[in-house]
Structures are given as structure tokens and as C-alpha cells.
Design a protein around this ligand. Sequence first.
Ligand SMILES: Cc1ncc(COP(=O)(O)O)c(C=O)c1O
Length: 444
Amino acid sequence: MVVQTSPRAAYKISGRGASQIAASIEAGIADGRLAPGQALPPIRDLAAELAVNPNTVSAAYRLLRDRGAVETAGRRGTRVREQPATAPRNLRFPVPDDVKDLVAGNPDSRLLPELVFPRGISQRLYKGEAILPELLVAARARFVADAVPAEHVVLAFGAGDAIDRVLSAHLRTGDSVAVEDPGWGAVYHLLPAMGLTAVPVPIDAEGMTPQALAAALKRGVRAVIVTSRAQNPTGAAVTADRAEELRAVLAAHPDVLLIEDDHGADITPHFALNTLAGATTHWAHIRSLSKAYGPDLRCAVTAADATTAARVAGRLRLGAGWISQLIQDQVHRLWTDEQVEAQIADAARSYTERREALIAALGARGIAARGVSGINVWIPVPEEAMVVSGLLAAGWAVAPGSWFRVGTGPGVRITISNLALDEVEPLADAFAAVLDASGSDGVV
Ligand SMILES: Cc1ncc(COP(=O)(O)O)c(C=O)c1O
């Protein structure tokens, strides 16, 4: 069947069996001819067109749903997911060359430490420890300094991968997971791709609110994902008081899996970690290297309870095998080199300065912005499209909040990691002008 995707592009779905039909739709999604949000034909129409039983089409749609490629929303029928799991792509829009890109959540590449690969490194063969002993020592020292139990440590290819692996170690299709709202878009897209359901939990500057977490637990969530510091997109950081309250809430649900994402650890040294690790029987505390040391390291170090660590390590061994020793060597060096440590501390100061400067400049114009830690600033706005397009026209690309929220009101995210201090005032002026033009005084 031909799906009219745009005036110039049409996509013909083909196939006789459910898996062929699903594969045909997946191919259309992968090459972009079936766009995110695109409605698929009603089951009966497609079945008639392909001369197959409607049950066959229904089974094809179910396969695609299970793979996280499409979603079914009652009367709205079946649609391609906004970020289909079968076509790896980030939610992005083209940023023209003369526009400042404050959308991508990248660190400032000038603030990343240099990677040094000495000449003549010996090759590792199929044997040896999954984790280098010296890296294990360095990791444990960091965790213990932050009061995270560090008996069991495992590696993964970044925080996203670690979350994926830890969830897979405990949850089953149909389970639900409490996630921050607003929260990291990647998690919002990962969960349905795993057959899991996200239960949004509102957050304030100190993280999930205890009442909202309690309500999600009451609804039967099997896991909770908490960002310790540098929360994306709001910059929230879990305070000591909040950690205590959340621990008390979790203590009543010891069977719930707790995942703590501390990707901001090294870029938020002024915020002590207030860990929730150990509040439940099964937990994982994930420390990504991406923001402070570089996303291409693709490495996250995770402390976990014995069962979780054994399951994650065992599964990794069967598939990927291990994280390359080349990377482990780098992580060890980056975590133990004093010069690097000083450089990362400078980077953290620089991010703080940029973030605080932007929040102050917006505040001076009556615009309330959030962000106590990390590289993102969240600004509630009356309407996202108007603000995003208005700023784009003025030379600034910011991310629409819809990428990061479920029940939270509209907002935009500005990533400050690449914002120069002398760009702060012009950006705040542009923001105020866009809100003025819309008849809003910035108060929402
Ligand atoms: C909340 C959060 N956690 C972790 C990461 C880093 O993920 P990874 O380690 O997979 O690069 C990001 C990156 O944007 C993030 O926003």
C-alpha cells in the first residue's frame, strides 16, 4: 500500500506475511520515507490492499510495537514513534551555519582532556579480567568517597547502555518504570523500545518530589531512574534532605530496582553526591565519563548490588565480551592524572559560570530559568514552537521542551556548554524579544 508521506514522497508497504510486512515498514522508517509521527494505514485497508487477512497486518503492527518502531494510540491508530527504535536517530533539526547551536547536549570540546595512546601498547587477547584491576581500584576509590557501596563494579558503553543493561537484568516486557519529568529524552525512547512503560514523576530543583515518587511506587513501578546531579534538562541536583526523604519512600518498596545516573559527577564538584544507592535490594549507581571526559569514550562505570552486577557482567560477557582495554586504560589515566583533574575542575567552573550568567541575565529580564547544576538551563515558556522558531530566526538554536517532558508544561532547554560569556546578554535579549513579540512577559 502507498502511504502518502509528503506531497513528493510516497512509500509502498509490501509483504505477504506479518514479518515481511513489518520488515517493509521498518525499511521505510530506516530510510526516512516513513517519518516520525506518520500514521500507518488502518489494519483493514492495508489488509485489503495486500490481499492478506487483517490478523496478519495486526500481527505485523504488534511486532513493530514490540520493537519500539511504532505506537498505537487508541483512535489515532498506529503511528511511527517520534524516535523509532529501529532507526537510530537523534531528535534534531537542521541548524544553519550562521546559527549558534545550543541544542546538542555536548560538552565544550575545548574543555575535554586529551586522550593519550602511548606507542607500542600490547594487544589484549581473549582472556583476562573484564575490568582492569587498576581501574577497579580507581573506581572504588571514587565511589567510596561518595558513600556509594563499591564492592561490585561493572562497565558498560556509556550511561544509556548501562541503564539498558540494568533494566534488562531485572524487568520484563510490560513492566513500568518511574522516570523524571522533565527528563532525559533518551530514556523516554529507550523504555518503549524495551517493551517497558514510563511513569513520569515530576521533579523540582532537588530531584523527584517524594510524594510523586510515592504515587508512582503505589502504581506498581518495578524500577526508578534518578539523576543525581546535572539533571537533563532542568539541572536539578538531589540535596541531602531530598535524598533522605526519597530513601524513606523507597525503603517501603525494597523490591523496586533503583537506578542512579550520576553522569554529572565530575562536572558538578560543588554538589556533593547524595546517593540513594542501597535504599532498595537491587540498585545500580552509574557514572558516565561522557560529559567531563568525552562522549566518545563510550564508557560508564557502575557500582551495583551483587545480583545486579553479576547479571550485567554475565550478559556483557556473552555478547560484547568486554569494554576494550584501550578505553579502560584511558579511563584509568583520566581518573588518576592530577593534571587532568585540575583541567576538569576548570571545565566545571567554566560551565557553572556560563550557566549562572545565563540564568542571571534572563532573570534580569523577568524570565525565570532553572538550572542549579550541569550544562543545561530549563526555561518554562507559554508555547514552545513560537520560542524555538523565534530564537532560530534571531540566530539561536535551542531545544523544544517537548523532547524531554510528558506531563510538565512547555519549556525550552538551552545547553550552555558552548555558550561564550559574551553571548549571554545578546541571547537573553533575543529571548526577551521573542517573548515580548508573543505578548508574554515571560511569566508562565
Ligand atoms: C541524564 C543523562 N545521563 C547520562 C548521559 C550520558 O550518557 P552516555 O554515558 O550514554 O553518553 C546524558 C547525556 O546527555 C544525560 O543527559
